[in-house]
Design a protein around this ligand. Structure first.
Ligand code: GRF
Length: 206
């Protein structure tokens, strides 16, 4: 098991609007999160989050997956971009790509993800829509350590929200997103702060 490290340099990976990236930027600016965003990497050049990073002078890179012949090759390029900036923790923030075992093993227990459901319920795409369709009365968000299996690693933090009969799927997604923005920076601070270990699937704080 690889435990805490002192490196507080974040690499944030995005594919879209980057509202979770924004919550990380905000938390570093207000001091709630003692970390430096070393780079924001997008797999699409039109990812809205790139502009959020540029606005605050954070280094950005676009690595289009379509330019690589295999997932391994793409992930190798990602690893290089992150390593050359000495990234100590990789934060997936709406990064819509499956990661290879090679990538996960390059940053053991050093990759986190935010997922818009109470895992292990509703992994995969559109966790909020899956929850709404299923008719659950409580939904939420999960921050977890990334392992090779999709949305299945040790859970660092979760937050719940109620589901109302009058909710549209969009209402529910909005309510969950507010909790995502609250718990993602908090979970990153916990991981960077140390004083935790992983036993089996369990992320335990000392
Ligand atoms: C969020 O709902 C996150 O949980 C999921 O993808 C979405 C990304 O949104 N993994 P944003 O780009 O951070 O606004």
């Amino acid at each position: 098991m690889v435990g805490p490290s002192k490196n507080r340099r974040l690499g944030v990976l995005i594919s879209g609007r980057g509202s979770n990236l924004q919550s990380i930027i905000d938390a570093t600016e207000t001091g709630r999160l003692d970390a430096t965003i070393a780079v924001v990497i997008a797999n699409k050049e039109d990812a809205g989050g790139l502009e959020r990073a540029r606005r605050v002078g954070v280094d950005t890179a676009v690595l289009k997956h379509t330019s690589y012949e295999s997932r391994e090759a793409y992930d190798g390029a990602l690893i290089n971009e992150l390593r050359r900036r000495d990234v100590g923790l990789v934060c997936l923030a709406g990064f819509m790509r499956l990661l290879s075992v090679r990538f996960v093993e390059a940053f053991p227990n050093r990759i986190v993800n935010i997922h818009p459901s109470l895992l292990p319920a509703f992994p995969g795409l559109d966790g909020q829509g899956q929850a709404w369709t299923h008719g659950v009365k409580v939904a939420g968000a999960t921050v977890h350590v990334v392992t090779p299996e999709l949305d299945a690693g040790p859970i660092v933090l979760q937050a719940t929200v109620p589901v109302y009969d009058t909710d549209t799927p969009e209402d529910l997604a909005t309510r969950i997103l507010m909790e995502e923005h609250r718990i993602y920076p908090e979970a990153i601070a916990i991981i960077l702060g140390g004083g935790w270990r992983i036993e089996g699937r369990r992320f335990l704080r000392e």
